[in-house]
Ligand binder design. Structure first.
Ligand code: ATP
Ligand code: MG
Length: 138
């Protein structure tokens, strides 16, 4: 079993789609083993996305991620990191395959509904950013 960090972004909470996304996550065989709703400060978003600090879209991304509540989750399945990336679809919803979360829900390349860790190393860091071991129940 593997774990990945998922975030339902502010475009999802704004449109009251938390349950709709979670239904798809669960139907795709991922188990939500931890979950909480938070409103990130700009500083917290900048810290979480520090890997992207040199990218042109960093400031816009961090303002968007702190523009409203998010739902942070730990998802568990076999091969969870790669599996969830497939369930999410391409970063730009215009390129996301039918049936993926971003194809169904995303508004734009920035407001693209969900985040998922991209490697084992980043998943461990991102999970530890939000959750302690006692909060994860498989
Ligand atoms: P995430 O890390 O959120 O799961 P990702 O791994 O598919 O998404 P990254 O390249 O890590 O994509 O970019 C992080 C986030 O930054 C994207 O999800 C998107 O919200 C935003 N982003 C990426 N590229 C652009 C861009 N060209 N313009 C605006 N925002 C962008
Ligand atoms: Mg990424």
């Amino acid at each position: 079993m593997e774990r990945t960090l998922s975030i339902l972004k502010p475009d999802i909470t704004r449109r009251n789609l938390t349950g709709a996304v979670n239904e798809k996550i669960e139907k795709n065989g991922l188990r939500i083993i931890a979950q909480k709703r938070l409103h990130l400060s700009l500083e917290e978003a900048q810290k979480f996305y520090a890997v992207h600090k040199e990218r042109s879209f960093f400031n816009d991304l961090c303002s968007f991620m702190s523009s409203g509540p998010v739902v942070v989750q730990v998802l568990e399945s076999d091969n969870a990191i790669e599996h969830y990336r497939k369930v999410m679809g391409a970063t730009n919803p215009a390129n996301a395959d039918e049936g993926t979360l971003r194809h169904e829900f995303a508004e734009s390349i920035e407001a693209n509904s969900v985040h998922g860790s991209d490697s084992l190393e980043n998943a461990a860091k991102e999970i530890a950013f939000f959750f302690s071991e006692i909060e994860m129940v498989g």
